[in-house]
Design a protein around this ligand. Structure first.
Ligand SMILES: CSCCC(=O)C(=O)COP(=O)(O)O
Ligand SMILES: [Mg+2]
Length: 227
């Protein structure tokens, strides 16, 4: 069955790990405390703060304690949905102020444009919130890439290392899993996608192999029609 849809990870796949760790996460760590203090009464923020209290097992935590929990989660790269939602809100301010520009590798930009033109449906699946995904591609250093994408999925579809998440996503996009190609730099994510029936391709930008999966170092080496 031919590939009809391509589902891509962001960090380490379309975009540099260093952009996430050296630019996005420090930006969030710097601006999140004041953002939370100033917006704790906003309904969408309050909903995420309640989820932090619940997931952190501290239902009575005050705002300052919630901020401490969030900063701890950023430091340990916890893929917690409420943290990711709040990070997306903070980054939005950075993109709007022109302080952030999304990094997307030139080879990824070129391939995504070509695949879109060839008729493949393109989707994103990242631990970053859907808002954060739209920002990295919509305000990228290669311009607005958002018209290329047909949809976005985050951890509200489930964790990236569980097969069920990929089953949900293929149902969500209405394409049989066997006709979806998943791209990632993390072998456990590729294993989970394969267990759900998807085709896989690993990205190892510094070279090397993602065990058990076809591995490339650039989007230029991926031919979805030959998989
Ligand atoms: C959407 S850009 C921010 C990426 C992020 O917050 C993250 O945790 C990276 O996760 P990924 O699933 O893309 O490896
Ligand atoms: Mg990744």
């Amino acid at each position: 069955m031919p590939i009809k849809a391509i589902l891509t990870d962001i960090e380490g796949t379309t975009s540099a790990v260093s952009f996430v760790f050296d630019v996005l996460f420090p930006y969030a760590a710097k601006h999140l405390p004041d953002f939370v203090r100033q917006n704790a009464g906003r309904a969408d923020v309050a909903e995420q703060l309640a989820a932090v209290r619940r997931d952190g097992g501290e239902p009575q935590a005050d705002v300052e304690r919630v901020i401490d929990i969030l900063l701890g989660w950023i430091a340990e790269d916890r893929k917690a949905t409420p943290l990711k939602a709040l990070q997306g809100m903070v980054w939005e301010q950075g993109y709007q102020a022109g302080e952030l520009k999304g990094h997307v590798y030139p080879d990824a930009v070129e391939a995504l444009k070509r695949w879109h033109q060839e008729g493949f449906k393109l989707f994103v699946y990242s631990s970053g919130s859907i808002q954060a995904q739209k920002l990295i591609f919509g305000c990228s250093d290669a311009g607005d890439l958002s018209p290329l994408f047909s949809g976005y999925f985050d951890t509200t579809s489930g964790p990236k290392r569980e097969a069920q998440s990929y089953e949900r996503i293929s149902q969500g996009i209405g394409v049989d899993a066997s006709q979806v190609l998943f791209l990632s730099d993390v072998v456990q994510e590729l294993d989970a996608a394969r267990a759900a029936g998807m085709a896989t391709c690993g990205l190892a930008r510094e070279g090397g192999e993602l065990t058990g999966h076809v591995t490339v170092d650039s989007f230029a080496r991926i031919n979805p029609s030959a998989l």
